[in-house]
Design a protein around this ligand. Sequence first.
Ligand SMILES: CC(=O)N[C@H]1[C@@H](OP(=O)(O)OP(=O)(O)OC[C@H]2O[C@@H](n3ccc(=O)[nH]c3=O)[C@H](O)[C@@H]2O)O[C@H](CO)[C@H](O)[C@@H]1O
Ligand SMILES: [Mn+2]
Length: 203
Amino acid sequence: MNPRVAVVVLAVGKYTRFLKGFLESGEKYFLVGLRVTYYIFTDNEQDVPNVTLSEGRKITILPVPSAKRWQDVVLSKMKWATVTIDKQIRNEADYLFMMDVDSVFHNRFGAESLSQMSAVLHRAFYKTHQRDQFPYERRPESKAYIPAGEGDYYYTAAVWGGYLEDMYRLVKYCYEQSEEDAKNNIEAVWQEESHLNKYFLYN
Ligand SMILES: CC(=O)N[C@H]1[C@@H](OP(=O)(O)OP(=O)(O)OC[C@H]2O[C@@H](n3ccc(=O)[nH]c3=O)[C@H](O)[C@@H]2O)O[C@H](CO)[C@H](O)[C@@H]1O
Ligand SMILES: [Mn+2]
């Protein structure tokens, strides 16, 4: 087995400054020896740094429009990912990871992370907070609504990954749920992270 792995990151506005650290540490630690394509959604191609990649690894730049509110930037990630998986990534990858670009790999991230679906507990809550304090969406008007008393773990939207088709379904779910919310003039408290957490709780 020689899986093809897609990594989707968004680098809009000032966030292109994080690409160098993300990519360089990724080359050092992320699925070393495997085939990896970094899909970089950006509104500023010029600022994508020239990082030397190992054999079998590449960068695909995908231009996206700029957005003013950071919430819109974050939510647009689900939209562009849905569209691009459909059009392109599906033919090029077996696994997909969604990551925050302002992340740095500090240690080996190995092939044991390749599974149908994996996610990471949010670092700010798992040690220090009770379940009822997790920042789930608690307003019934939102599609991400989780009633009081419900909830098990709280996951970060900064790293999640899995089989391409399972990820596609979930990315599309987050996109569609946030579109529904937008139609109803509401935005989940932590954007796609709220929808993601609802999905993981009930699926
Ligand atoms: C490490 C950590 O604790 N991260 C948490 C925190 O992230 P942050 O508050 O650090 O979110 P952020 O501002 O880094 O945005 C997330 C990602 O969106 C992209 N981006 C965002 C703004 C922008 O102007 N341009 C751009 O490209 C970029 O890829 C970035 O990594 O809050 C998030 C809520 O959504 C989640 O709870 C994250 O888990
Ligand atoms: Mn961040």
